[in-house]
Design a protein around this ligand. Structure first.
Ligand SMILES: Nc1ncnc2c1ncn2[C@@H]1O[C@H](COP(=O)(O)OP(=O)(O)OP(=O)(O)O)[C@@H](O)[C@H]1O
Ligand SMILES: [Mg+2]
Length: 251
């Protein structure tokens, strides 16, 4: 029997919203427009694991800024980088190879897997491959990758966090939706939306979660050291809190 746990993000408002942090044993998606804070969040999650003497597997498709990593990791950055297994994927098939290699890489020393972004190269591939057959295959590959990550999260009982690109919600003005549609629901058991307000304040919302109510929000800002909590968690009136357990037992 494996005990699932909550991995603290280091941003108090987000941890409170998530009843302690992101869950081990599942894949959590973070989606939002460019600049909403997804990559900052990923770097902060890596820092959290490394500070707890855990290794990190980090697949990047966005040419991460080493300056930003240094700012968020802090003084001990050089030591911390020794435990960060970093892979820069430059095509969607390359991303799939990287995910395929994870099982050989991972040991019980690893605390988290991060994929930032899961869908930037996917989107490029879809644009480039215009025949319906090729698009179907590309989509299948995305679902396959997410399923592989789900299995790894379960096998090693660690959280997996992926970021996702968005498209405009035609039914609701100013809203965005994550790429991938309903097909990803099987693999992604938690989905968070990040938004940037005009004053720089960011809002995180639970879009979907297997054990927490949808629509709960919290606020944070981005500073040199990463994501900073701005408030207590706000629960909309229409939402009644569920009887969520802090821990679950998996068989
Ligand atoms: N040192 C810093 N202090 C404060 N804000 C910063 C700092 N470094 C970066 N930012 C802010 O972080 C934001 C970018 O966030 P981030 O890169 O996490 O976005 P993202 O959601 O990953 O976007 P994309 O979809 O383009 O990858 C910018 O608004 C930038 O001003
Ligand atoms: Mg980013």
């Amino acid at each position: 029997m494996i005990r699932a746990y909550r991995f603290k993000t280091g941003c108090q408002s987000i941890d409170d919203m998530l009843n302690g942090g992101i869950e081990s044993g599942i894949v959590t998606e973070v989606f939002g427009r460019a600049g909403s804070g997804k990559t900052n969040f990923c770097i902060q999650l890596a820092a959290q694991a490394l500070k707890n003497n855990k290794k990190v597997a980090y697949i990047d498709t966005e040419e991460i800024s080493i300056d930003r990593v240094s700012q968020i990791f802090g003084d001990n950055v050089q030591e911390m980088l020794k435990n960060l297994a970093y892979y820069n994927a430059n095509s969607f098939s390359n991303q799939q190879q990287a995910i395929g290699h994870l099982d050989d890489l991972l040991t019980n020393d690893y605390g988290i897997i991060i994929l930032d972004s899961a869908t930037a190269l996917y989107r490029l591939e879809i644009i480039e491959h215009t025949t319906p057959e090729e698009s179907v295959q590309t989509r299948r590959n995305l679902l396959k990758q997410l399923e592989m990550l789900k299995k790894l999260s379960q096998k090693y009982n660690i959280p997996v966090v992926i970021t996702n690109q968005v498209y405009d919600d035609l039914k609701h003005e100013n809203n965005v939706l994550p790429l991938g549609g309903n097909g990803t629901r099987h693999s992604l058991k938690a989905s968070l939306k990040f938004e940037k307000e005009e004053n720089g304040i960011r809002i995180a919302t639970i879009n979907r979660h297997r054990s927490l109510p949808e629509g709960v929000t919290c606020q944070f800002k981005i500073e040199n050291s990463g994501l900073i909590s701005l408030d207590d968690v706000e629960i909309p009136d229409e939402i009644n809190n569920t009887d969520d357990d802090e821990f679950r037992f998996l068989t």
